[in-house]
Every structure is written in structure tokens, then in C-alpha cells.
Design a protein around this ligand. Structure first.
Ligand code: PEP
Ligand code: MN
Length: 337
């Protein structure tokens, strides 16, 4: 249920209303828009209290939210959410580029990569520390040591960093070293992890599970937001289809659909979605043309030394060209990069 408040509603009146909401067993989520404040009444069976809510003077209207996800829906919040990471704004007019190696290997490689992507105009440095690998015999990531190298690269370049968390036991350490905490496709429906991430301050980038519908993906986002962390960035990274000439199939359709259904920003990861170096830039450009708020791409200065996903890492020179093209596409669709 969304309670739209009249302009000029006073603090004590809002407090009386939120106390009532809590007393009835629901959780109030207040969102202050440019003109009006609204309160999301979240729980089960709140619709039968519609008349009680409407009896409050400050309530202009009480509207049920029909979607299964509430707080992340456009019904709850009309304006796009813009997430600010040290001045890098995700979800605004600017298109944001996250780049870096699949996994952090050596300090030297990461520093070379970080400096190169920064020179080409990237905004955020990525680097895996805890790696979700299909095989238990594959490289599993350098863990905390990698997070520390990532933090050094941040100091060197001033780029905010993003790294993946796989387990509730890693949340504290990943959140300490990483500006944005990434949830990978394989953990997109790890609900206990999502609930935990709802209680930290860092923005969360939530990838779409490779077999999740958009609705399931938004329900996962709702898990995080309903626990109090509103800073969720969605990331389309390809879904499983019958096609096997690329690693997954990037669902470009998801971009306008997500923009319609939710106020959260959406990033596209063509690296994991496509999996073939030479095809990646084209899909990165297509994502921006279709309205994505940014992209995440894997870049490695020496792909043959990469400990994971070397075959899909762009060389810095390819990344640089992609950035030049991307700036033009961004401008063509009324944005900038
Ligand atoms: C990653 O970005 O490092 C990754 C493992 O991607 P995904 O979860 O999309 O497979
Ligand atoms: Mn990878």
C-alpha cells in the first residue's frame, strides 16, 4: 500500500501515522520526493486497513501496490533512483563504466589495468577476490589478499571499487574493502545473503540469475531493499538459452522492461553474457543504446596470465576504442559517458 501524503505534512503527524502502521504489524518505508512524501506500508494484508489510513488528515490517497515486489517498483517511487559512489552517480544522465580483471591476480597486473582503464575514462574498478567457479578445481580467488590489492589500486587511481561476495561470512570483509558489493548470478537467489546485504550501507550490485525471470530478479532486489538498504543496482549478465555460440544470451529486452517496472538503475555485463572478446564491445554499445545506465566489462593487460576468464578479457587498447564509441552512442541517446 502506498500512502501519498499531502504537501506540508508535519513531522509529528507523520510520526503518529508511522506509529499506527507499526502498531498494526506493518513496516513503514518513507520516501521523500521533490514535492510530496510517500509512505510504503509493507507487510501482508495491509489492504484491509485502507480506510483507517485514509482517515488520517495528512493522507491524500492510499493505493494498493499490485506487483509482488513493492519498494523497488515504479509504483512506489516514480523518479529514477540515483546511487552516488564517491561522486560517481549511477542511474543519472551519465553512463557509468565499471572495468577490470575477472579476478585479481598480481598487484602489478591490477595496477597496470587500473591505470589503463582510468586513462580511457572508466569510472569504477572491478576485481574478483572470492570467485564463484563451476569447478572446485578452478582458481577460487585470492580472497582477502585480493581485496587489499584492490584497495591499493583504489588509492592509486581514486577509482571506487567493486568486488563480489559469495557468502554471509564474507559480507563484513568485502564491505570493508569494496565500495560496491556485487552479488553474482549464482547467488542471485541466496535469500539469506540478500537479507544480510540489506543491513549494510554499501550499494549492492545484484546480478540477474542465469535462469531468473525479471520478476524473480526484482523479488531478489526487494529482499535487500526491504531490509533497509535502498542502494541496489541491477545487472543483466545474460541468461541461459539454447544458443551456444556465445556463453549466455544477453537479454537486451530486459533493459526497457526493468526501466518500466522499477526505479532502480540497470547495468549490463556483456563480458559474462557474451564470453567472446571480439563480440563484447558491440553488445556494450547496444546496451547503452537500449537505455542501460552503464556497463561492466572485464579488461586484462595480459589475458594469458589471467587466472580466470582470460578469453573474454578486453585488452586495454580494445577497451579504449570501445570507450570512444560508447561516448558517441551515449550522446546519441541523450546521455554522456
Ligand atoms: C563476475 O562478474 O565476476 C561473475 C562471476 O559474473 P556472473 O556472476 O555474472 O557469472
Ligand atoms: Mn569473469
Amino acid at each position: 500500500m502506498i500512502l501519498t501524503l499531502k504537501t506540508g505534512a508535519k513531522k509529528n503527524e507523520i510520526e503518529a501515522l508511522t506509529n499506527k502502521i507499526k502498531k498494526l504489524g506493518f513496516t513503514p518505508h518513507i520516501s521523500r520526493g521533490a514535492v510530496k512524501a510517500i509512505i510504503g506500508v509493507i507487510g501482508e494484508g495491509e489492504n484491509k486497513f485502507k480506510e483507517i489510513f485514509e482517515s488520517y488528515d495528512i493522507v491524500e490517497s492510499a493505493t494498493p501496490i499490485v506487483k509482488p515486489y513493492k519498494l523497488v517498483s515504479r509504483e512506489f517511487k516514480k523518479e529514477n533512483s540515483v546511487i552516488d559512489i564517491d561522486g560517481v552517480k549511477i542511474g543519472g544522465k551519465g553512463v557509468v563504466v565499471m572495468a577490470g580483471p575477472c579476478s585479481v591476480d598480481t598487484k602489478e597486473n591490477l595496477f597496470t589495468c587500473a591505470k589503463a582503464i582510468k586513462n580511457s575514462g572508466a569510472h569504477i574498478l572491478r576485481g574478483g577476490a572470492f570467485k564463484p567457479r563451476t569447478s572446485p578445481y578452478s582458481f577460487q580467488g585470492h580472497g582477502v589478499a585480493a581485496l587489499k590489492i584492490l584497495a591499493e589500486a583504489k588509492k592509486l587511481t581514486n577509482l571506487p571499487v567493486i568486488s563480489e561476495v559469495m557468502d554471509t561470512r564474507q559480507v563484513e570483509v568485502v564491505a570493508r574493502y569494496s565500495d560496491i558489493v556485487q552479488v553474482g548470478a549464482r547467488n542471485s537467489q541466496n535469500f539469506d545473503l540478500l537479507k544480510e546485504l540489506g543491513q549494510i550501507k554499501n550499494p549492492i550490485m545484484l546480478k540477474r540469475g542465469m535462469a531468473n525471470t525479471i520478476e524473480e530478479w526484482l523479488m531478489s532486489a526487494e529482499y535487500i531493499v526491504s531490509k533497509g538498504n535502498r542502494n541496489v543496482i541491477l545487472c543483466e549478465r545474460g541468461i541461459r538459452t539454447f544458443e551456444n555460440s556465445t556463453r549466455f544470451t544477453i537479454d537486451l529486452n530486459a533493459i526497457p522492461v526493468v526501466k518500466h517496472l522499477t526505479h532502480l538503475p540497470i547495468i549490463v555485463d556483456p563480458s559474462h553474457g557474451v564470453g567472446v572478446r571480439d563480440y563484447i564491445p558491440a553488445i556494450a554499445l547496444a546496451a547503452i543504446a537500449a537505455g542501460a545506465d552503464g556497463i561492466m566489462v572485464e579488461v586484462h593487460p595480459k589475458p594469458t596470465e589471467a587466472l580466470s576468464d582470460g578469453m573474454q578479457a578486453l585488452l586495454p587498447v580494445m577497451f579504449d576504442k570501445m570507450m570512444n564509441d560508447l561516448r558517441k552512442v551515449a550522446v546519441a541517446v541523450g546521455r554522456f559517458a
